[in-house]
Design a protein around this ligand. Structure first.
Ligand code: LLP
Length: 421
């Protein structure tokens, strides 16, 4: 397998000098390698060769306009979970015909917008949503294409907060309920229920849970087929894990595709895939600077200028990210608690992490931040959103400028217009 983890040899990242970049654009700074993303797309496409498959990039992983444009240019579709993500995708040039809409809480307004845009498919997660879709499609006099999201009751070995395929999770419906939907589908005058969807969770490094979930979906597809229900598409979701730490290895596209091919052998409709993290995570780094080293009682704190508002994953999921100071060799090793300036103890990127000794002003890279980094950022503690840059063959483009203070409070106003609802 090709190694697409963005190389950061000698303080360079995709041919760009990181010290010079930090000097010019400031820190904290999210940087993404266009090449690394293109590499991943190519790898997955090669693995799917010969299949009628569409990759619908899960926009939530990184919704930056330039990243979506890159996906559009490569011919990818999008998996969206809000009207906002749909709007971004269309605006970046991803055609409605390649957009699928997932999520347990689609509002009437969002469904109507997606129907008006003519998206490819709704991944429906409850009977109530199915009825609403029917109602709104009838109002607009269109036929919505829908898939039922199956909850296959598969336990994927990942963080509990991002596992979605167990029966106790809020996602999808069980096969018994899905069976009832198909049995009653003649009543749906404005919904063509002809797809199956499954997504069991995120950052899954083992293939077995995918195999198990897809086998259950395939068995259900065969049952439906035998009962005369044509199934036009099966959406296998996302969830492919990547390398965050030594010893881990991103799921190999060829291995994953082999599981999909085997489980769905004989299925002659369209396959949809919704990878997010796998396409972009390893292509991103968060460039940050040491503000100071603080000697605590029995601990040394490395205080960075990036914080949990820039990268939430360590605080929220105890996620492990590789942290690399960009310093000359030969420094003594020590151990740090690596923290940000936000006023919470949870604002910690790593505990007791061995690193070369650092000093104020040193640059530090936090790796594997291309997915669920900037996309989960906030302005907590009134810290403006960090800038984002796309790197390509020795050059870079600012794809999100650093938020100004004025932009941060845009929309806020004094309570001067009192009204009665
Ligand atoms: N499809 C559906 C229906 C999803 O809910 C998700 C992710 C994906 C596709 C894409 O999954 P991926 O290929 O990226 O694993 N914030 C968390 C991850 C949350 C994932 C939510 N759903 C994190 O930082 O680990």
């Amino acid at each position: 397998m090709q190694e697409h983890q963005a190389a950061t040899v000698g303080g360079r990242f995709e041919g760009v000098d990181l010290a010079a970049l930090a000097q010019r654009e400031g820190t904290p700074l999210h940087a993404y390698s266009a090449n690394a993303i293109r590499g991943r797309i190519g790898e997955l496409e090669a693995a799917l060769a010969g299949l009628d498959a569409t990759i619908c990039y899960a926009v939530k992983a990184n919704p930056n306009h330039a990243i979506l444009q890159l996906m559009a240019a490569a011919g990818l579709g999008a998996d969206v979970v809000s009207a906002g993500e749909m709007w971004r995708s269309l605006r970046a040039g991803i055609p409605a015909a390649r957009i699928v809409f997932s999520g347990v809480g689609k509002s009437a307004h969002e469904i109507a917008e997606a129907l008006a845009a003519g998206i490819a498919r709704f991944n429906v997660e409850s009977a109530d949503e199915l009825q609403l879709l029917q109602l709104l499609a009838a109002e607009l006099d269109v036929v919505a294409h829908a898939a039922v999201r199956i909850n296959p009751d598969v336990d994927a070995p990942t963080h509990a907060k991002i596992a979605t395929g167990k029966s106790e999770n809020k996602f999808g419906v069980d096969i018994d309920e899905a069976r009832r939907w198909f049995a009653a589908r003649e009543q749906l005058t404005h919904v063509r229920l002809d797809g199956l969807h499954v997504h069991i969770g995120s950052q899954i490094l083992a293939l077995e849970p995918f195999r198990l979930a897809l086998q259950r979906v395939a068995a259900f597809w065969r049952e439906l087929r035998d009962a005369g229900h044509a199934i036009a598409s099966i959406d296998v979701g996302g969830g492919l894990g990547v390398r965050y730490r030594e010893g881990e290895r991103a799921v190999a596209a060829a291995d994953y595709a082999a599981v999909v091919r085997a489980a769905l052998a004989g299925f002659d409709g369209r396959l949809l895939l919704e990878p997010g993290r796998w396409l972009v995570a390893e292509a991103g780094v968060l460039l940050t600077r040491v503000l100071r080293v603080k000697e605590g009682a029995g601990r040394r704190f490395l205080v960075l200028d990036a914080a949990m508002n820039d990268l939430l994953r360590p605080s929220l999921y105890d996620a492990w990210h590789e942290i690399v100071p960009l310093v000359e060799g030969g420094r003594r090793m020590t151990r740090y608690d690596i923290v940000g300036p936000v006023c919470e103890t949870g604002d910690t990127f790593a505990r007791d992490r061995p690193l070369p000794e650092c000093e104020a002003g040193d640059l530090v890279l936090i790796r594997t931040t291309g997915a669920y980094g900037a996309s989960m950022a906030s302005t907590y503690n009134s810290r403006p959103l960090a800038a984002e840059v796309l790197l390509d063959r020795g050059r870079y483009a600012v794809v999100r400028r650093r938020q100004t203070l004025e932009e941060m409070i845009a929309g806020e106003q004094p309570a001067s217009h009192w009204e009665t609802p």
